[in-house]
Design a protein around this ligand. Sequence first.
Ligand SMILES: [Cu+2]
Length: 153
Amino acid sequence: MRKILMASALTLSMISASAYAGENHGSGDISLGSPGDPTKISRTIEITMIDNRFKPSEVNVKQGETVKFMLKNTGEKKHEMMIASPEELDKHAKMMKKFPDMEHHNEPNMITVNSGKTGELVWHFTEAGTVNFSCPMPGHSKGMHGTIEVQAK
Ligand SMILES: [Cu+2]
């Protein structure tokens, strides 16, 4: 029994590793921006997480800004904020549906916030345009998504 458990855990980690390997997690995608330097924050934007929405779900920033998102989870469930392209968000939501217990703590483009807690995500917006975010927890992304409008300098 123990052997089987270990084997499936190994398979799972291999699947997520290979799924990540081919993916672009934001840092290399210029249009999204990149993880921000916490010592260079130009603005803090507070976003409240409820079950299952972001409030507000539309925010405006300026090109070149490093924004600290303060995520306050006032819902009863655990929520996440993930910044990525719509395709990537979709792909990730599907993967989370398959592996609901998948944990990701070391991704710079996302933050997990437990009920009643606050989390921070620092992001540097390098290009003008629309940047998407959503909560990839299983079933959440349908109502829990938003956009960041990056205004040209
Ligand atoms: Cu959520």
